[in-house]
Design a binder for this molecule. Structure first.
Ligand code: PMP
Length: 429
């Protein structure tokens, strides 16, 4: 397991194969997958049980349309999702991606208010910064300027944009007073839903929404007839040390968008979990309609095997324990560089803030340079943030990572930070 120092910076290596937490390119270099791709490969690469389940399902049937047949893996997957989320959702609507899951949540929110006779409720409040996906509706409510650039025409027809930034310049996420001020500004009778990422990942690099804010949001939504939506595409299915990250607060969102970790990258799949209050007495799946491949038998079989693997190996608990070790190691590492801030996050997702001036960030974000250096050191990490204030490195290895591999991850990250510092003459303590 040695990293080859000659890996090229600024060009993508060509992947050959992957196993566990390790990816190998065609030139024989190894990479520790320090971000599970993009917080996707939660059980690691090449898990035999999942591959076998997919092969078996493939030999049975890969595709039938959900309007024509139910499939056994899909039915079993639905039961499994209900079981691991405590039987607290009424219905599961499948999608092919996280974007489609948040988009589905938006569609259900609008259907819900139309059915209730409140069609003027069309505004969805969301955090700034945030990222909810690349489809027009999901991007339309995302506080991510770079990804929205040049797309005004496409986004104009999306749900009204109402981004809620914290009033406190030092805070990374809005608190209860920010949300209620926004609700008042827009008018409670126009707000359809509030969408929140429990741990902001792509846009804010590990910014955690406190449990109290979830409780305040639940109360605010109940009082004003607004639906509460959790975007758990990054955090769902174990990543933060819980099956769903927001439920540790003791409250439950009305809709939860999931993706990524659900099928852990083995086959595309997302899901929108639908609570009791949404479209009461009506099938959300019928209202949401959907895309051709949604919940296809092959992806369902993969996800079913992934969830069973997570349960059998106690990986949700492992994420909590390994997360504590990761945080400790990252804290020590951050202390060695005056341009690296202390880690923030939960379980096995942590952001390491990188300090850079706005002017220098505009030339090239430091996070991009560190990620390229990390690749040359045999490590994959993910650049996050929307500006110089939020830029960070996301560290989120597979939940299967061993303590030794965590140490190796931090060693390689240290090399990448040192290499970056040397290249730009930045200081390290
Ligand atoms: N929501 C969040 C919070 C995400 O981080 C992402 C992807 N990074 C999405 C939605 C979109 O998911 P996908 O890329 O699978 O469409």
């Amino acid at each position: 397991m040695t990293a080859v120092a000659g890996a090229r910076i600024g060009e993508l290596p060509v992947v050959d194969r992957a196993e566990g937490c390790w990816i190998y390119d065609v030139d024989g270099n190894d990479y520790l997958d320090g971000s599970s791709g993009t917080l996707c490969v939660n059980i690691g690469h090449g898990v035999r049980e999942v591959l076998d389940a997919m092969a078996e399902q493939g030999a049975q049937v890969c595709f039938t349309h959900r309007s024509q047949f139910e499939s056994q893996p899909r039915r079993a997957l639905t039961e499994e999702i209900h079981a691991v989320t405590g039987n607290r959702f009424r219905e599961i609507v499948y999608t092919n991606s996280g974007s489609e899951a948040t988009e589905t949540a938006l569609r259900l929110v609008l259907h819900h208010h139309n059915e209730l006779g409140t069609p003027d409720r069309v505004v969805v409040l969301s955090q700034y910064p945030s990222y909810h996906g690349m489809t027009a509706g999901a991007l339309g409510i995302s506080g991510h300027p770079a990804r929205r650039r040049n797309l005004g025409g496409l986004l104009a027809g999306a749900a009204d944009l109402a981004l809620v930034a914290p009033a406190d310049p030092d805070a990374l996420v809005p608190d209860a007073s920010d949300w209620s001020a926004a609700l008042e500004r827009v008018g409670a009778d126009r707000v359809a839903a509030i969408m929140v990422e429990p741990v902001g990942c792509a846009a804010s690099g590990g910014a955690v929404v406190p449990d109290q804010t979830w409780r305040d949001l639940r109360e605010l939504c109940d009082r004003t007839g607004t639906l509460l939506v959790a975007d758990e595409v990054m955090t769902g299915f174990g990543r933060t040390g819980a099956w769903l990250a927001h439920t540790g607060s003791g409250v439950l969102a009305d809709l939860v968008a999931t993706g990524k970790g659900l099928s852990a990258g083995y086959s595309p799949l997302g899901a929108c979990l639908v609570g009791d209050a949404v479209l009461r007495g009506r099938s959300a799946a019928t209202a949401a309609i959907g895309h051709t491949m949604n919940g296809n038998p092959l992806s369902a079989a993969a996800a079913l095997a992934v969830l069973r693997y997570l349960t059998r190996h106690g990986l949700v608990d492992r994420a909590r324990a390994a997360g504590e070790l990761l945080r400790l190691r990252l804290d020590e590492l951050a202390g060695c560089y005056d341009w690296v801030g202390p880690p923030r996050g939960r379980g096995l997702v942590h952001g390491l803030p990188l300090h850079q001036s706005a002017a220098s960030y505009a030339v090239e974000p430091l996070a991009h340079r560190v990620c390229a250096a990390a690749r040359a050191c045999g490590l994959v990490v993910y650049p996050a943030g929307v500006d110089h204030r939020t830029q960070s490195l996301l560290v989120a290895p597979p939940l299967t990572i061993s303590d030794d591999e965590l140490d190796e991850l931090v060693r390689r990250l240290d090399s990448a930070l040192r290499r970056t510092a040397e290249a730009q003459g930045a200081s390290s303590r």
